[in-house]
Ligand binder design. Structure first.
Ligand code: AMP
Length: 348
């Protein structure tokens, strides 16, 4: 069941309140109707004020959390607040409202309130300081083109970030290039969004075109995260930027599925999983906003991604057999990274 909540607020607070509710995924959508004339009696005198009316669309289970948040932020002692059921609307529309507010997999109001209120510190295990990299190794590895192959959930992105930090390598993540291309308002952007959301690979031409343009813009060393993913992509890459080293990150399927379905992300780019939980459950360490689950990490889409990997990407292990280093990716990110850097620096 969906609900509409109407609240009257001072004009100066309307945008902030609307943005907060949407950002924290307490509401699917908030419309701000400005210019509502209010007449009221306050301290014995008749008052007149121009206020705003917020129309907040949310799921039934979120009403309590929204009300609590409005009371918290709002400067009025007793905000005027009316909750109405949404009785019309297609099933898809009502499901959209439900979905939009339960992105982090937190269906019940109680759970949301607990998450927001319970700021109990959960300290992740401190990581051992890595030994400094020698200038020679930094220069040598920083010039390489390194491919990270492996199923979704193997931790390629986090390893790619560490490699970029340690060796000054530029990171090339096709997911990010595609996400940028998907922002446009044309037919191909729509197609990309749909393919990504359902866990299917986008066309080889599109992925290769983006990779090629990125390499032309800035030549030099690269760590490839998510490319190549098919035989056609590997052959294309061989033709314009041959690869030096390939790491094959693998883990048992149960580990991958558990990681994918507990993976939470923030709009600021930070991401969290079993090995790196946020300090406050459900909230981003970097910016404090509410975390949510990516559409393609939903169990049914995660399974499609694994199937796509098995059918189209795994055969690349043979293609790269002469430069392939298998790595056990079920270990912690720090351990996986230690094995990879030892190999790159000639200590493995
Ligand atoms: P990732 O986070 O690397 O698993 O990528 C997420 C999604 O982006 C994939 O499930 C595909 O839909 C799309 N994608 C990323 N890289 C490629 C690629 N090289 N070729 C085709 N599709 C890709």
């Amino acid at each position: 069941m969906a609900r509409v909540i109407l609240v009257t607020v001072p004009s100066s607070e309307a945008d902030h309140l609307a943005e907060t509710l949407v950002r924290e995924r307490l509401a699917a959508c908030v419309s701000v109707l400005s210019g509502t004339e209010s007449h009221y009696r306050w301290e014995g005198r008749l008052q007149r004020e121009t206020e705003c009316q917020l129309v907040i669309k949310t799921a039934d289970a979120m009403v309590e959390a929204v009300t609590a948040r409005v009371h918290e932020i709002h400067s009025y002692d007793v905000p005027e607040l009316l909750v109405l059921p949404v009785e019309s609307g297609s099933e898809a529309y009502l499901a959209w409202i439900d979905d939009a507010v339960s992105g982090a997999g937190m269906e019940s109001t109680q759970e949301v309130i607990r998450t927001l209120a319970d700021a109990a510190e959960r300290k992740p295990e401190p990581e051992a300081e890595p030994t400094p990299v020698s200038p020679a190794a930094h220069a040598r590895v920083g010039e390489q083109r390194i491919v990270l192959l492996g199923p979704p959930g193997a931790g390629k992105s986090s390893i790619a970030r560490r490699l970029a930090d340690r060796y000054g390598l530029a990171r090339l993540a096709t997911r990010e290039l595609l996400a940028e291309a998907a922002k446009r308002e044309d037919k191909s952007a729509l197609e990309i969004r749909d393919q990504i959301a359902h866990g299917r690979l986008v066309s080889d031409e599109r992925a290769t075109q983006l990779v090629r343009a990125d390499l032309e813009r800035e030549p030099g060393g690269r760590v490839f995260d998510g490319y190549p993913r098919t035989a056609a992509q590997a052959e294309a890459l061989d033709s314009f930027a041959p690869v030096d080293t390939v790491f094959y990150l693998n883990a048992p399927e149960e580990v991958l599925l558990e990681r994918l379905t507990s993976h939470l992300v923030c709009d600021c780019g930070a991401d969290y999983g079993p090995a790196r939980p946020p300090k406050h459950p459900g909230l981003c360490d970097a910016c404090g906003y509410k975390l949510y689950r990516r559409e393609d990490d939903r169990p049914e889409n995660a399974r499609t991604r694994l199937a796509e990997y098995r059918e189209k990407t795994r055969p690349l292990l043979f293609h790269y057999r002469d430069r392939l280093h298998p790595i056990d990716a079920s270990a912690s990110p720090a351990e996986v990274f230690a094995s990879i850097s030892a190999i790159l620096e000639g200590k493995g």
